[in-house]
Design a protein around this ligand. Sequence first.
Ligand SMILES: [Zn+2]
Length: 190
Amino acid sequence: MAVRKSAEVHPLPIPLLVHIVNEWGDAPRIEAHEGRKPYPTADSLRAESPAFWAHFPAFDETTLVETANLIHPIFASTTGAECAERLNGLISEAAMTPVLSSEAWAVHEVWQTARPERALLAGATLSLIDHLRHEPDASRLGTCVGDACVDVYVDQSPGGRRQYCSLTCQNRARTRAYRAGKRAATEASS
Ligand SMILES: [Zn+2]
């Protein structure tokens, strides 16, 4: 029987994770009426940071779409319990386990995956685990409340009240609210 080699999991930087979910995820694309547009290529992503991707086995657009579709529900969780349950699901899906490794006297935790073909999902999952270790408030992982947008974001504001993926979505909503308010005022005075 062939021994299955475990690979070390490399966490994705959070902005990269958010980028992948929003560019390749079906939910954000369909909500933005971009479901029929061709996906950006995996090569275009790798070209942005070739040194980082050198840690990963080759992947294509299908892998990016699968990963994005599995990660989006974490951001769409409505309770902490749901978020935890979904992340536990991803840990088993990517066959991830923590192991301790050492360098001289320094002992530290690393994660391995028994499914190297799931390295991207494992890296995405680990980046969320790492994030929650520092910021356990899972309500800060959110999806945009803007029109035609369910893009994900990580709220790093001091107050933790972010609701939009971007200033573009926030400004669009403000303009709309302003116009609606003006219309209501005009109707009330006529
Ligand atoms: Zn948005």
